[in-house]
Design a binder for this molecule. Structure first.
Ligand SMILES: C[S@@+](CC[C@H](N)C(=O)[O-])C[C@H]1O[C@@H](n2cnc3c(N)ncnc32)[C@H](O)[C@@H]1O
Length: 336
C-alpha cells in the first residue's frame, strides 16, 4: 500500500526524501519501494527527516537548529490549552483568523516548520480540510501530535521532514505556509524555491520572516539582556504577558534571544523571490503600500506591491513601534 497522509478531504502521496521513490506504509514503518530505505514511525509520527547532501564548503545549520529546538520546542502550549482555548486564541490573532475564514473548503494545506503545531491543529479543526504539519524537530511534533490526539482533531497529520528534502511530489498543496522558519536555515532562498514547488498552480504560498529593519528593536533588547546578564527580560512585551506560562515564556526568550542562527529579510527581497519563481504578489502583513490592515483584509486577492519608498517607511515604522512580534512580516504569493 502506498504511504499517504489521509484525512476527511484529500489524500496526499508521500515520496522518499532520499530518492523521490514511492513510499509504502507498513504497520510500524514506512519503506521506499525504490531505494528500500525504511523510516520508523514514532508514536504515529513518520520520521522522514533526511540530512542535506550539500558540498562541505556550503554552511549547513540544519543539525544545530534541530538540536536547539529539540531542547526548546517552540512555541509550546500553555497549561490550560484545549481545543476551544486554542481556537479562541488563534481567532484573536488577525492572521490565523483570516486564514481560517478565507481558505476554501476542501483545500490541502502544508505547514512547513510547524513547530508545536498550533496553527496546523487550529486549521485542522474545520471539517473538510487536509492539513499536514511538517517539522525537523521530533520533540515539537510529539507535543503537536499529543494535542491533536487528545482533542480528536481529524483534519491534521504531523510528520518529521527536512524542508530541503521534501516528502511530497511537486504541486501537491493548495496552500503552503512557512512562518518563522526559513530565516533559521543556511539558505532561505533555496528553502523558498524548494517548498514553492510543492504549491499547485493557482495555489498560494505564505512566508513569514524576520525583517531587516523592524527586528532592530529585538537586536537592541538582545544586547541589553547580554550586558545585564539576562536580568532585563521584562523589556520584552511577550515575556511580561501574564497569560503565558513559564514554559512558553522560556521558549520565546530562547527562540528570540539565544537562537544559534537567524537571518533578516526585506519586502523587496521576498517580492523578488516571488517574481523569479513564478509567484504573483497578493498581500502582506504589514501591508506593503503602508495602508492599515483591515479586519476583513483579503489575503488571497492581488494588492499593490508598494514602492521601495513605501517599503522603507513601513519597515522602519514597525521598528519605531517596537518591532511587534520580533519584527516579523508575512508575504503571500499566488503560483501562476
Ligand atoms: C521559530 S520556530 C517556528 C514554529 C512555527 N512555525 C511558529 O510560527 O510558531 C522554527 C521551526 O522551524 C523548524 N525548522 C528549522 N529548520 C528546519 C528544516 N530544515 N526543516 C524543517 N523544519 C525546520 C524548527 O524545528 C522549528 O520548529
Amino acid at each position: 500500500m502506498n504511504a499517504k497522509t489521509t484525512s476527511a478531504a484529500v489524500e496526499i502521496a508521500l515520496v522518499c526524501p532520499i530518492c523521490s521513490g514511492k513510499l509504502a506504509a507498513l504497520p510500524d514503518q514506512v519503506t521506499c519501494e525504490n531505494c528500500r530505505h525504511t523510516f520508523p514511525l514514532d508514536g504515529g509520527i513518520p520520521n522522514l527527516f533526511w540530512q542535506n547532501d550539500w558540498s562541505a564548503e556550503k554552511p549547513d545549520v540544519t543539525r544545530a537548529m534541530q538540536a536547539f529546538y529539540e531542547k526548546t520546542p517552540f512555541p509550546n502550549y500553555d497549561d490550560f490549552d484545549s481545543a476551544e482555548a486554542l481556537r479562541l486564541k488563534a481567532r484573536r490573532g488577525v492572521f490565523a483568523k483570516l486564514l481560517d475564514e478565507q481558505i476554501r473548503h476542501g483545500s490541502s494545506i502544508l505547514e512547513v516548520g510547524c513547530g508545536t503545531g498550533q496553527l496546523s491543529n487550529f486549521l485542522g479543526m474545520t471539517w473538510g480540510r487536509t492539513v499536514v504539519g511538517a517539522d525537523g524537530c521530533l520533540h515539537s511534533l510529539e507535543l503537536a501530535e499529543n494535542f491533536r490526539r487528545e482533542n480528536e482533531i481529524k483534519g491534521t497529520k504531523f510528520l518529521q521532514m527536512n524542508l530541503f528534502r521534501p516528502v511530497f511530489p511537486q504541486e501537491s498543496f493548495d496552500f503552503v505556509v512557512c512562518n518563522g522558519v526559513l530565516h533559521h536555515t543556511s539558505d532561505p532562498y533555496l528553502g523558498f524555491q524548494t517548498i514553492g514547488k510543492l504549491v499547485k498552480r493557482g495555489g498560494f504560498i505564505l512566508i513569514g520572516l524576520y525583517n531587516k529593519y523592524s527586528r532592530l528593536t529585538t537586536d537592541l533588547r538582545r544586547w541589553m539582556f547580554r550586558v545585564s546578564g539576562d536580568r532585563m527580560q521584562f523589556l520584552d512585551p511577550q515575556i511580561r504577558d501574564r497569560a503565558r506560562n513559564r514554559g512558553r515564556k522560556d521558549a520565546w526568550f530562547l527562540d528570540q534571544y539565544k537562537n544559534p542562527h537567524e537571518s533578516k529579510h526585506t519586502f523587496g527581497e521576498v517580492q523578488g523571490w516571488f517574481k523569479e519563481n513564478g509567484f504573483e504578489f497578493m498581500n502582506s502583513i504589514p501591508k506593503a503600500q503602508g495602508e492599515s490592515f483591515a479586519t476583513d483584509e483579503k489575503l488571497f486577492e492581488p494588492h499593490s506591491p508598494g514602492t521601495a519608498l513605501n517599503h522603507f517607511l513601513v519597515q522602519t515604522g514597525e521598528m519605531l513601534v517596537g518591532g511587534r512580534d520580533g519584527g516579523f512580516f508575512i508575504m503571500i504569493g499566488k503560483r501562476l
